[in-house]
Structure formats: structure tokens, C-alpha cells
Write a protein that binds this ligand. Structure first.
Ligand code: NDP
Length: 282
């Protein structure tokens, strides 16, 4: 079994660089999927209130018989709960659904700059309470653009540990990645294989053939070599195993550069633009 490296967050905690994402996994299938991932060796699970499958994540970890302390669990605040009291209630619910007394990492899922009078700063300040009371080991943000990061850091003095952003070879999201690094914030790449969109790419196919690996593996390896954190999602055990086998080969610097050069800028974005995204779940 390959060994997943851990990376140090700016608050001293350690995070496994490879995890398993559960976006779009049906709540009824989540416990099974998480149990399978843990059986393969994954020790980092990325969920969110919005995915409605936190209960399955907690159940899958218990079913796998793995110690809670050995699994890094991330969840995220849903868009409807940015007001401080709502955020407090939502965080209580997250822990109740997981049936855990802490999460390893809790994120603001989206900045929503056009909602809540543009005030994501109070929301960020509220998350710091969860670190103070020990129920979140670390806190961070997701989908924060450079100006959002700059603002929460300058107004609160609290630097997020991670910024989880859309990032894959067709959308390398340079500005948000660079701003994160400038603040000492680690980047987590969501949709790391662009939900399968990069699988037929010619350049990636050539790199994969040169290593006797799959397009998914060389793309995930590309993220890892750039120092970013990934948690691909799959409902298939063989793909989960494939995506886990990243630590017994290396890309050349030229291969990393060739994959980075596939960036299409804004045109490569598959998800919403955080500057305008204003979705409130009903
Ligand atoms: P991914 O880039 O991980 O791609 C998942 C898709 O690719 C699925 O359709 C899966 O199909 C397929 N797939 C996975 N592995 C392989 C493989 N080896 N070969 C062929 N196909 C494969 O997309 P996600 O959007 O799920 O992103 C990963 C995680 O990032 C999410 O689960 C979530 O945790 C997080 N995320 C966070 C967001 C945010 O706003 N913070 C937004 C989106 C995602 P199948 O399941 O059928 O195998």
C-alpha cells in the first residue's frame, strides 16, 4: 500500500495530502463508500453540510472500525447559515450528524459576496469560536478569491489554514492559488480531475502512457507535486484504488509544466464563479 504524505497546516495540525471527496454521493450510499475508501487506506474525508451526507460519513468511519483519531474529517458551512447564530446552530448540527465531538477542519463553503451585505467577515469570526472551544481542530475557507482572503485576514488577523478552490489542468486558478500562498494558506483542489473532463486529454494521455499510469493518476500526481491537497470522488472501488496509487512514481518537471500549460483561464472553470455565486439552498 502506498503511503500518503501529510502536510503541516499553518496552525501546526497535519493533513493527509490525499483524501476522498463525497460530493454527489447519495446519502444512502455514503457510509458504504466511506467504509470502502477507509478499507483501501484513505484517512481523509471531505464532506459538507450542502452534500447532506455527513451522517453517512460518520457511520462509514464507525463501520470501518477505524479510530476516529486516525481519520481527518472536513465539513463546510452551508450557504444559508452565514449569520453568526445560524452558523453556530449549523455547526452543532454537523457534529450531531457525524456523531463526533469534533471535526478536523471546518470551512466557509462559499464567500457569497453579493449576499449578507457582503459580510463574510462575521461568519469567519464565528468559525474561530469553534477552534477556541475545541470542536474544530482547524478552520479554513473555500472558493475565496484574493480580495476575500485579504479582507478576512486584515479585518480579523486570523489566517485560514486552507482555501479549497476549483483547480485542475484546465483551470489552474492562478490568482486564488497565488493569494493563498502569499498568506501561507494551503490550497485544496476541488474537482481535481474536472469531474472526468481531463480523462481524454491528449497531453495527459501521453504523460500517462510514458509512466504506464492512467490519466486520472498522472493528473492527481500533478496536483501532489505542486504541493496541493486532493480528494477525488468515485463510487467505484477500482477507481478509488487507482486514485490512491500516486506515491510510487514521479513526473518530470517538464511533464508537470506541460500539464500546467493546459490551463484555459476562466474558460476552463466548470463550477460557479465565487464573485457572483449566490445560491441559497431551500
Ligand atoms: P472529481 O474531479 O473528483 O471527479 C469525480 C468524477 O470522476 C466522478 O464522476 C467519478 O465517477 C469520476 N472518476 C473518479 N475517478 C476516476 C477514475 N480513476 N477514472 C475515471 N473516472 C473517475 O470531482 P468532484 O467534483 O467530486 O471533486 C472532488 C471533491 O472535491 C468532491 O467530492 C468534494 O469533496 C470537493 N468539492 C468541493 C467543492 C467546493 O465548492 N468546495 C465543489 C466541488 C467538489 P464515479 O463516481 O462513477 O467513479
Amino acid at each position: 500500500m502506498s503511503t500518503v504524505p501529510t502536510i503541516k497546516l499553518n496552525d501546526g495540525a497535519s493533513i493527509p495530502q490525499l483524501g476522498f471527496g463525497v460530493f454527489q454521493i447519495d446519502p444512502d450510499d455514503t457510509a458504504n463508500a466511506v467504509e470502502t475508501a477507509l478499507d483501501i487506506g484513505y484517512r481523509h474525508i471531505d464532506t459538507a453540510e450542502m452534500y447532506q451526507n455527513e451522517a453517512g460519513v460518520g457511520q462509514g468511519i464507525r463501520d470501518a472500525g477505524v479510530d476516529r483519531a486516525d481519520v481527518f474529517v472536513t465539513s463546510k458551512l452551508n450557504n444559508g447559515f452565514h449569520e453568526p447564530d445560524d452558523a453556530r446552530r449549523a455547526f452543532d448540527e454537523t457534529l450531531a450528524k457525524l456523531q463526533f465531538d469534533y471535526v478536523d477542519l471546518f470551512l466557509i463553503h462559499w464567500p457569497l459576496p453579493t449576499l449578507y451585505d457582503g459580510d463574510y467577515v462575521s461568519t469567519w469570526r464565528t468559525l474561530t469560536e469553534f477552534v477556541e472551544d475545541g470542536r474544530a481542530r482547524s478552520i479554513g475557507v473555500s472558493n475565496f478569491q484574493p480580495e476575500h482572503l485579504d479582507r478576512i485576514v486584515s479585518e480579523t488577523g486570523v489566517v485560514p489554514t486552507v482555501n479549497q478552490i476549483e483547480l485542475h489542468p484546465y483551470f489552474t486558478n492562478e490568482a486564488a492559488r497565488e493569494a493563498s500562498h502569499r498568506h501561507g494558506v494551503l490550497v485544496e483542489s476541488w474537482s481535481p480531475i474536472a469531474q472526468g473532463g481531463i480523462l481524454d486529454d491528449e497531453v495527459i494521455g501521453k504523460v500517462a502512457a510514458a509512466h504506464g499510469r492512467t490519466p486520472s493518476q498522472v493528473t492527481l500526481r500533478w496536483h501532489v507535486e505542486r504541493g496541493d491537497i486532493v480528494f477525488p470522488k468515485s463510487m467505484h472501488r477500482d477507481r478509488m484504488e487507482e486514485n490512491f496509487a500516486l506515491f510510487d512514481f514521479e513526473l518530470t518537471a517538464d511533464e508537470v509544466a506541460a500539464i500546467s500549460a493546459l490551463d484555459r483561464g476562466e474558460a476552463g472553470r466548470t463550477g460557479p464563479n465565487p464573485d457572483t455565486f449566490a445560491y441559497l439552498p431551500s
